[in-house]
Design a binder for this molecule. Structure first.
Ligand code: CUA
Length: 329
C-alpha cells in the first residue's frame, strides 16, 4: 500500500517537498523531546527521600539558542509555504478554461467547446487547466490527491484553481468537504491523457453548444441585452472587451473585472456600480442556476477581444465565437 498518492501534476513535487520538511522537523523535535523527557526523568530522579534539589541559574546562551533555532525554522516554513501557496493560487497564462459546478452530490463539468461530463474530467497532459468553480447548494471541495490540488467551493462565490497534469493516467477525484448524506459518494475520475489521445477523445464525443453560446442564449432569455446592448445611450455598460479590464466604480474605486465581479454583478448588481450608470439593474439571485451563471461568465469572457494563449484554448474559442454570432440579437 502506498502511503502517498503518486505525483502527477507540475506542482506536486513542490507540495511534497514542503510537506516532507514539515514532517522531518516535527519528527526530529518529537523524538528529541520525548527521548530527553525519559532520559532526564531517570537521570535526575530522587534517589533518597531526603534528597534536596540544587538551585540552577539560567544560561543565556542556551535560552538564545532554543529561541533562535525554532524561530529560524518557522520562518523557513512561513516563506516556503507562502511561495508554494502563491504558486498554487496563481493560474499561469495560457490555460484551458474548464467550468465545474458542484451540487449534492455530483460534479458537473463543462468544457469550453461544449463537451459536458459528469463526475469525470478528461484533460491533456502538459497543458495548464484553469478551473472556474461554483456550488449550487452547500460547500464542496474539489480534491485531486495525485495532483495535490484541493479547493473549497463556497456557495455564492466563484473559486478558481489550476493544475497541469504531467503523467497520463486515471486519478481519483473526491469531494473533501462534508456536504450531506451522500458526501462520500461525490467522487469521480480525472483522466490525464496524452495530447493525441485527448484529441481522439474530443473527436469521439458530440459536443453540445459551447459554454459561451449557452451563455449568449441566457443573455437573451433574461433580457440582459435590452440594457447591455452595444448601442450608444444604452442603459447599462457595454460588456464587450470588459473581462480582465479595469472598471471605474461610482464610489471612486477601481476594480478588475474577473469572474467573481461578473457573478456578483448578476446576483447583487448594486454592490459594485459602474461609474456613470444609475442603479437600475434588478438582482437575478435565485433566477439563474450557478451553472447558468458560469455560462454567462463564459459568454462575457468570450466578448473580450484578447484571445487567450495556448493551443487548446485558442482551438476551442473560434467555435464559440461563430456560435455567438448566430445567437446574438
Ligand atoms: Cu460535496 Cu462533500
Amino acid at each position: 500500500m502506498e502511503i502517498f498518492p503518486q505525483q502527477a501534476s507540475s506542482y506536486a513535487t513542490h507540495v511534497d517537498a514542503l510537506y516532507g520538511f514539515l514532517i522531518a522537523v516535527t519528527a526530529f523535535f518529537s523524538i528529541l523531546i520525548g527521548t530527553l523527557v525519559v532520559y532526564f526523568a531517570i537521570k535526575y530522579r530522587r534517589r533518597s527521600p531526603d534528597e534536596i534539589a540544587t538551585e540552577i541559574h539560567e544560561s543565556t546562551v542556551l535560552e538564545i539558542t532554543w529561541t533562535v533555532i525554532p524561530l529560524g525554522l518557522v520562518l523557513i516554513m512561513f516563506f516556503w509555504g507562502a511561495s508554494v501557496f502563491f504558486r498554487l493560487s496563481r493560474p499561469p497564462a495560457g490555460a484551458v478554461d474548464i467550468y465545474v459546478t458542484g451540487k449534492q452530490w455530483m460534479w458537473k463539468i463543462q468544457h469550453p467547446d461544449g463537451h459536458r461530463e459528469m463526475n469525470e474530467l478528461h484533460v491533456p497532459i502538459g497543458q495548464t487547466v484553469r478551473l472556474t468553480m461554483a456550488s449550487e447548494d452547500v460547500i464542496h471541495s474539489f480534491f485531486i490527491p495525485a495532483f495535490r490540488m484541493k479547493r473549497d467551493i463556497v456557495p455564492g462565490r466563484i473559486s478558481i484553481a489550476w493544475f497541469e497534469a504531467t503523467k497520463a493516467g486515471r486519478y481519483h477525484l473526491f469531494c473533501a468537504e462534508y456536504c450531506g448524506t451522500r458526501h462520500s459518494g461525490m467522487i469521480g475520475w480525472i483522466y490525464a491523457m496524452t495530447p493525441s489521445d485527448y484529441q481522439a477523445w474530443l473527436a469521439g464525443g458530440t459536443p453540445g453548444e459551447s459554454l459561451a453560446a449557452a451563455g449568449a442564449k441566457r443573455f437573451v432569455e433574461h433580457a440582459c441585452n435590452t440594457c447591455h446592448g452595444d448601442v450608444p445611450g444604452a442603459r447599462g455598460p457595454s460588456l464587450a472587451g470588459l473581462f480582465g479590464k479595469q472598471v471605474h466604480l461610482a464610489d471612486g474605486r477601481t476594480i478588475v473585472a474577473d469572474e467573481s465581479y461578473i457573478r456578483e454583478s448578476i446576483v447583487n448588481p448594486q454592490a459594485k456600480l459602474v461609474s456613470g450608470y444609475p442603479p437600475i439593474m434588478p438582482t437575478f439571485q435565485g433566477l439563474i442556476s450557478e451553472e447558468g451563471i458560469l455560462q454567462l461568465v463564459a459568454y462575457v469572457k468570450s466578448l473580450s477581444s484578447a484571445p487567450p494563449a495556448g493551443a487548446a484554448a485558442s482551438a476551442a474559442l473560434p467555435a464559440a465565437r461563430e456560435e455567438r454570432k448566430t445567437v446574438r440579437p
